[in-house]
Design a protein around this ligand. Structure first.
Ligand SMILES: [Zn+2]
Length: 492
């Protein structure tokens, strides 16, 4: 791989559009993920306010890193003269106890895999050409050869889908991990493909060269060449990225985050390389590049440098000269892990963990209950458990308008030191329940005004989350769902 700095951040018109879309996305993602990962990072078991307060700094840091991690341009500067993004995901839940299991291989988030045999409805959001859509559908289906899963591509007008793809520019390549796609509303995509980076860079660079334009070229030059002469695609790149992102959509994580696999050189030269080629801050590099998964997520397997879920690595990025070439095809290991997670020859994966699926979440109704003097919170959704018993917590927490949780020293209305009301439920295996649907109110989270922190007339937001404890595997506080209201005025 050729190392070069290129004008990714030059102030061209095309890039201005890019940065604007980026900033907007950063803003949106910060809003959502700040809360999401705050919710994720704090253990409810710590009721002691002061202990919790000490933990705050590390929690804050984690939120920032993860918020950024969602939206970064990936690495990979190709031999061609245009920059190319790789991929980012919402990976990173590495706060867990080390447990080693057996069988298969691969780094996966088993709490967010779909049901074995599930037919996943997939649609395209507005944008993108027919040619491109056909290719995405074709390559996504590579996984079906090995996994007991079906990607059913349905018309764009379909109201309910599991996976939604946005073909466009400026959003990078990224995907929600498995059922985390359920956290997004039906009007939001769960996978982004940056089609500009699927273009055949060598072809367009050749055209510029013929015109006598010398490299390095920037994105606006690429955009104008593509406009004049579209549909010259880099098919291996397109295929690689589509398979990689759909791997995330099935619950796979990045293979380079396998514990101990890569001895990164965490020096200025490496940080600077990502700063120059991707515009990443130190925190973004820490998250996107250096992140290490918890041992539990390896499924007890060995590390697979040939996985399609692996980033490519330059030898000078590691302390021992270790490098990884770009992988364009599914490795034997990829086929094994996906078959183990979604087996065709049995009903259930042997890697199955307790799970709850929250679907059809339509709204979070909040009522000022004047009789009981407090807020009655009614989340509206369907819930389904799998064959394992699940201990689940439904939690409603208060935040200020900026999305920061409100601290409390109340003994009961408290979730990890922050103001919350919650219900603990021991759910039976293999059940389906609808909550607060068809005019019945069968799940209420009540928060008395007298137990809330002082609001001083300020607006608040309510964050609803579902957590699961998997005591048998020592995995606690697994975030199974997340949703929030707009700012509300409380008559307190
Ligand atoms: Zn990825």
């Amino acid at each position: 791989m050729q190392v070069e700095s290129h004008p990714l951040r030059k102030n061209t018109k095309a890039l201005l559009i890019y940065s604007k879309a980026f900033l907007l996305l950063v803003k949106l993602n910060n809003q959502v993920t700040r809360i999401k990962y705050r919710a994720k990072g704090i253990s409810r078991k710590r009721k002691d306010y002061y202990i919790e307060h000490e933990k705050k700094s590390s929690i804050m840091k984690r939120i920032v890193i993860l918020a950024i991690g969602l939206i970064c341009f990936g690495k990979s500067v190709s031999a061609q003269k245009f920059p190319r993004p790789n991929c980012t995901t919402t990976v990173g839940d590495a706060m867990l106890k080390e447990v080693d299991t057996t069988k298969a291989r691969g780094v996966s988030d088993n709490y967010h895999t779909w049901e074995n045999g599930q037919v996943l409805l997939v649609k395209f959001m507005p944008g993108g050409s027919k040619i491109m859509k056909d290719k995405v559908a074709l390559y996504a289906k590579e996984w079906e050869k090995y996994a007991n899963i079906t990607f059913k591509f349905v018309p764009d007008t379909t109201r309910f889908t599991n996976i939604r793809i946005k073909l466009g520019a400026g959003l990078g390549h990224n995907s929600a991990v498995g059922t985390e796609a359920n956290f997004r509303t039906q009007s939001t995509q769960t996978i982004n493909f940056d089609t500009l980076f699927f273009t055949d860079g060598d072809y367009y660079a050749g055209k510029l060269q013929k015109k006598g334009v010398r490299p390095p070229y920037n994105l606006s030059q690429l955009v104008s060449e593509v406009k004049a002469d579209p549909n010259h695609w880099n098919i291996p790149e397109l295929k690689r990225v589509v398979i990689h992102e759909f791997g995330h959509s099935l619950g796979l994580l990045h293979e380079q985050s396998y514990p101990g696999a890569v001895k990164w050189k965490k020096t200025d030269s490496v940080y600077n390389y990502y700063q120059e080629t991707q515009g990443w801050s130190k925190e973004q590099v820490d998250f996107n590049v250096f992140e290490v998964a918890n041992q539990f997520y390896t499924n007890g397997t060995t590390y697979d440098p040939r996985s399609i879920m692996h980033y490519s690595i330059n030898p000078w990025e590691t302390t021992n000269g270790y490098s990884v070439k770009q992988n364009d095809e599914l490795s034997a290991g990829d086929k094994t892990i996906i078959a183990a997670l979604y087996p065709k020859d049995k009903k259930e994966s042997s890697l199955i963990v307790p799970k709850v699926d929250i679907t059809n979440f339509t709204k979070l109704t909040v009522i000022n209950n004047t009789i009981k003097k407090g807020l009655s919170i009614y989340p509206v959704f369907d819930l389904k458990t799998n064959s394992k018993l699940g201990k689940v917590f439904f939690v409603a927490r208060l935040t200020n308008e900026e999305g920061y949780y409100l601290e409390t020293d109340n003994q009961y209305y408290n979730w990890g030191g922050t103001a919350a009301t919650y219900l603990k439920m021991n759910l039976l295996p293999n059940i389906k329940v609808s909550y607060n649907k068809a005019n019945q109110k069968n799940l209420e989270l009540f928060f008395p005004y007298s137990k809330m922190p002082e609001l001083n007339g300020k607006k608040i937001m309510i964050v609803f989350a579902v957590y699961l404890d998997d005591e048998s595997n020592g995995q606690m506080d697994k975030l199974m769902y997340f949703s929030m209201t707009n700012p509300l005025s409380i008559p307190k």
